[in-house]
Design a protein. Structure first.
Length: 204
């Protein structure tokens, strides 16, 4: 595994006090199935389903309540050890994990409604996203890669109606996907969709 970029909170899992790391460096990590990163934190999903995190503690983005210090080395998120985690995602100061049965847990900076928990308060530990709108549907997450000013996109998929509901900064957008696909533009200036496509995802 190779890493580069900011390392001021040890988010590259690199012991050296070098930041930024401008050239890729070899990181000795084994049995890692997924990696997700925010600006100041990094999360790993291991082959055995264990979720580990490293980096800055502010806003609860580590999910290690109570976190009195930054995590300078990979630390297991104990609140997720009894859950079957299949995907992990990070926003700038948020973290997300989805389970095999389609549930999503969120933690970190809550303002402005970035976690989907119904609150603008920071979540200091993994918190289940649940509401009447999510009953009976499978939730997936897309990590927006436009930079730190863009929030992660929470995508709820209703397989019966083949529709996707996307919530961005508190605003809802709806997409009809009759062929089992939905498309997400990089930037959402309005509810109008154009031909500029950056992502395509098959509805399972």
């Amino acid at each position: 595994m190779w890493a580069f970029g900011l390392n001021n909170y040890k988010q590259l899992v690199c012991p050296e006090d070098i930041s930024p790391v401008s050239c890729p460096i070899r990181i000795n990590l084994d049995h890692v199935s997924q990696i997700a990163g925010g600006r100041h934190h990094t999360m790993l999903l291991k082959d055995d389903g264990i979720v580990q995190i490293v980096g800055r503690k502010e806003n609860g983005r580590l999910g290690l309540r109570p976190a009195r210090e930054d995590a300078t080395e990979l630390t297991t998120i104990s609140a997720l050890t009894q859950k079957v985690i299949v995907h992990i995602f990070c926003g700038d100061a948020q973290s997300f994990a989805s389970t095999s049965d389609g549930k999503v847990y969120a933690w970190g900076m809550g303002s402005p409604c970035q976690l989907g928990t119904g609150s603008e308060e920071d979540a200091l530990e993994p918190t289940l996203i649940e509401s009447k709108q999510t009953e009976g549907i499978k939730i997936c997450l897309l990590n927006c890669d436009d930079g730190v000013d863009e929030s992660p996109l929470t995508v709820a998929i209703d397989k019966l109606r083949s529709t996707a509901t996307i919530k961005i900064r508190g605003k809802l957008f709806y997409i009809y996907a009759p062929k089992g696909y939905y498309y997400v533009r990089k930037r959402f200036y309005s509810a109008m969709w154009s031909s500029h496509i950056c992502r395509q995802l098959t509805i399972a």
